[in-house]
Design a protein around this ligand. Sequence first.
Ligand code: GDP
Length: 466
Amino acid sequence: KPIDKQALICKLRENPEPNQENRTIEPDSKLTPVNIVFIGHVDAGKSTICGNILLLTNKIDKRLIETYEQEAKEKGRESWWLAYIMDQNEEERAKGKTVEVGRAFFETQSKRFTILDAPGHKAYVPNMINGASQAEYAALVISARISEFETGFERGGQTREHAMLAKSFGVTKLIVVINKMDDPSVNWSQERYEQIKKDMSPYLAESCKYNIEKDVEWVAISGINGDNILNKVSAEKAPWYTGSTLFEIFDRLPTPIRSPEEPLRIPIIDRVKDQGLTIYGKVESGLAVKGLRILIMPIKIKGEIVEIIGGEDTKLMYANPGENVKMRIKVPEEVDVQRGYVICDVHSVCHITNEFKADVQFLELPDPKMLITAGYNCVMHLHTDIQECEVTEVIALFDAEKKRKVKTAFCKSGQRVLLKIKTVNEVCIEKYTSLVQLGRFVLRDKGVTVGLGKIIEFTDQLEVED
Ligand code: GDP
């Protein structure tokens, strides 16, 4: 029998907690919850920009900043902003907790943003994928400093791979943030800004398939002194700059349409055992309500949402789709809940399987002569899950020119094929057409992204014409 979540919410409204400290509140309905991931080559300025955003939106206590500044100086750390975000996690680690993806919150006029960051592992792509899998938007940070842009954009630099991964994980809007415009080697040069735009556009359009006109925004900033983050750069510095500030772009980004009526799906990002179980996750669909009975998939363990904690540790009665939350959950003590598991409504669960059919676009393989055949092993990243997998059958090749599928037993670098894939463990998935967040994945082999996939079928139902 379906659970009436609205009835549950009404009950919570009628019975406010007597203790002010424990009171649960309703999420602010005026602001749409959205998630953004900051990506780009190491040292492009991601942490500096995130830190400055938090400072400009009054999310960091002045005294705290002074403490961190002092500490950073003593430790000889160049970028104290990073320390700020990291230390929160170090503190949690000290208590025996682990949190792999850092989160911070800020608001603009229309939206409540969760910044997803992967502190300490910035060059570590799996964490970046984890962040990107939850984000609707990505800010691709580019250093305009002479030779830094070039290094990041070269083969082997992280700019290209990050832009590609973000797109394949459903980031629909990309903001290209051209940073370090204040650097003496750049000095707010319009020529440098235009050159970077010109160099990057073909890659974003052709290889990543972004619609440059519709889906990509550009902004020139100085992350360090804040120019063009919240306040416009002065006319003395950059008389030529007529574009928007980063915050103007944030505010006009289209908001995703989501329905709270859909079944609940929360892929678990991380979990911590501390007076019971606390999980971190983004509500990808449906409504999470305090007191709701849930089923944790694929292990089919029943549980209950005991507490929902939103940004800045506010206790929420419920969380809307799109909200990035921390939740206390009641499950039997011996249960080992892992990253990649999905929290579902007890009456309407996601699919679990270890074999499925998928439409996979292979990228340039590390060895261009390599053939993908049945028996090929690689690693699959699907929402927050990471699984070893094997191609069990190469079924058909998508012949783009002839617009049809052709039976085949192998494929090469750059080709798009229909495959059967088997994972070592059962995974929580949906068809790409029913819930994209649980229906897309990337394949990586020896630390390189080799393919982008969409889940088509769970069973042998697909017809192949030849
Ligand atoms: P991340 O690796 O992308 O997170 O980069 P960081 O934020 O740690 O910054 C790397 C280095 O670039 C640090 O030394 C920063 O102080 C410097 N940096 C970041 N933003 C700017 C900027 O806007 N202008 C200048 N001149 N330096 C910057």
